[in-house]
Design a protein around this ligand. Structure first.
Ligand SMILES: Cc1cc2nc3c(=O)[nH]c(=O)nc-3n(C[C@H](O)[C@H](O)[C@H](O)COP(=O)(O)OP(=O)(O)OC[C@H]3O[C@@H](n4cnc5c(N)ncnc54)[C@H](O)[C@@H]3O)c2cc1C
Length: 289
């Protein structure tokens, strides 16, 4: 299958990119790693008149520590770069933990952080990871710049808060506490497939070893990354025990509302959310301790 006809643009600056996006509006699509867009073009699921390739745009692939102890990641940073970055491993290990689950090395070599987030597949790992880490996204358009919490960015299946003419340029991950652990668990039919369901979790302990905070984000079980807030609250102030994690799993399971599809049924996905929550919390607590 060949893609439909489109005009190809390869700007070299952000200003040029924003001008093209503003000029062509809904008729334009950004091309980052192409790992989702190219299949969509070939299957005629997307028919843009203009494709704006941002691979030559300078300054979009920076990966650097931020002054407060967090990390700033340019949208064009390749997934493979994140996977092998010592900075990412040290400051946001959940990203490192998630990487082997994303497709295959060839896909991660081309696929970008920004592309995965902007595509917003409900079963993708990185959107859930960013919500679990409390990341903030920077968006640019000809009207200026704005920032948005990861949690508010994902609005529906393949739908985001990106407005017409906007591009995601950077992700800022806040600093990580010393007594914090993280984990990502998922189930897929084959290694590298999109998940039938998964959970990304972070857990922070206080000096007495009690749970100071937890974030539990389910994916593949609804249209967008889903925070199991009741499960998070149930852990606060308590000891990180297997009974507490089993109860959090029960609450997470009760909070999701997945749909049936050809890959798995609603009941299976509901149960998965609970089982994987318990597993992810158990591992996160071990790493935090
Ligand atoms: C066989 C296969 C298996 C895969 N398995 C997984 C998996 O298990 N888990 C997973 O998460 N992903 C998986 N993927 C998808 C992969 O992670 C993609 O890399 C990712 O979804 C898109 O990133 P990209 O850089 O290739 O973006 P592209 O395909 O170039 O773009 C994707 C979409 O985002 C838009 N876009 C891109 N960058 C920006 C930006 N900076 N600002 C605004 N809009 C932008 C594009 O216009 C397009 O609509 C798989 C892909 C394949 C082909």
């Amino acid at each position: 299958m060949k893609p439909p006809r489109f005009a190809y643009h390869d700007p070299s600056t952000l200003d040029e990119t924003l001008a093209l996006l503003s000029r062509h509006g809904d008729g334009a699509r950004i091309l980052a790693g192409g790992q989702s867009l190219m299949p969509m073009l070939n299957f005629r699921l997307a028919r843009p008149d203009h494709v704006i390739d941002i691979n030559r745009v300078a300054g979009l692939a920076a990966l650097e520590p931020s002054a407060d102890g967090g990390v700033r990641i340019g949208a064009m940073t390749r997934q493979r770069t994140l996977e092998h970055s010592p900075l990412i491993r040290a400051r946001c290990r959940l990203i490192t933990q998630a990487m082997p689950f994303i497709g295959h090395p060839q896909i991660r070599s081309r696929g970008t952080l920004g592309g995965s987030l902007a595509h917003a597949d409900p079963a993708a790992e990185l959107p859930a990871v960013m919500v679990a880490l409390g990341a903030r996204f920077t968006l640019h358009s000809t009207a200026g710049r704005r920032t948005i919490d990861a949690e508010d960015f994902f609005v529906s299946a393949l739908g985001t808060a990106l407005g017409p003419g906007e591009i995601l340029t950077e992700v800022e991950v806040p600093p990580w506490s010393e007594r914090a652990g993280s984990s990502l668990h998922e189930v897929a039919i084959r290694q590298g497939d999109f998940a039938l369901g998964g959970v990304a979790a972070t857990l922070t302990l206080d000096s007495a070893g009690r749970v100071k905070g937890a974030r539990i984000v389910c994916f593949g079980v609804g249209p967008r990354p889903w925070r199991a807030v009741d499960a998070e609250r149930s852990l606060a102030g308590g000891l990180p025990s297997s009974a507490a994690f089993a109860e959090a799993g029960r609450l997470a399971s009760a909070s999701v509302d997945p749909e049936d599809d050809i890959h798995a049924g609603r009941a299976y996905r509901t149960r998965l959310a609970g089982v994987l929550t318990t597993r992810a919390l158990t591992e996160a607590a071990r790493l935090a301790a």
